[in-house]
Ligand binder design. Sequence first.
Ligand SMILES: Cc1ncc(C[n+]2csc(CCO)c2C)c(N)n1
Length: 222
Amino acid sequence: MGYRFDDLTAACQDDWRGYIEHAFVRRLGDATLEEGAFRHYLQQDYLFLIHFARAYALAAYKSRDLSELRHAFEGLKTILDVELGLHVDYCRGWGISEQDLARLPEARATLAYTRYVLDTGHRGDLLDLHVALAPCLIGYGEIAQWLNGRDTTVRGAANPYDAWIAMYESTAFQQAMADERAWLDARLAEVTPARFAELTAVFRDATRLEIDFWQMGLDQRL
Ligand SMILES: Cc1ncc(C[n+]2csc(CCO)c2C)c(N)n1
């Protein structure tokens, strides 16, 4: 007993490193990623964000007290009022209009990942849902840090993906990531080994689905 978030990543190191250091991420950092791959990823990420908002709505439903309810509500509100708008603006800069976004077919990798998260939340409790969301919430912050620590990473105007890295290295995002980690550390401290094993399975599956999401971008596959 007395688990922490780091015990989840330690329990599935190969999958976790495979996600953080995926070829999509490496090429994005090195500025060698094919633009079509990034555009495909951005389009599917719009659909991902919509289902992510639904996951926060599910977190609201699964809340057991007012503070959990408010936390879920704030997350849902931020996605709807801020992040989706930023994403639409960012897509426009990449030549993808709001009309294009409204008509998108959903890729299998998007379907699998988002519905897995929602199913995990339905089947389990708020902790299951947060663990299913952790690769998304904490992984992207770790990816920005990992990219910044590599000497092949290109920053500034020479990298068309610089704004993407900047978004996830920002203080606001890194703070949100630290808050989520602290929330998980507090909950995981209380769980039994059997419960930790269940949560590890959820974390590993969500991490594998993040790997598939990157691969979907590279393959430009629906
Ligand atoms: C496939 C995929 N996985 C993770 C993220 C990152 N992300 C999505 S929503 C959110 C929290 C914002 O409140 C974060 C960090 C993404 N964009 N796409």
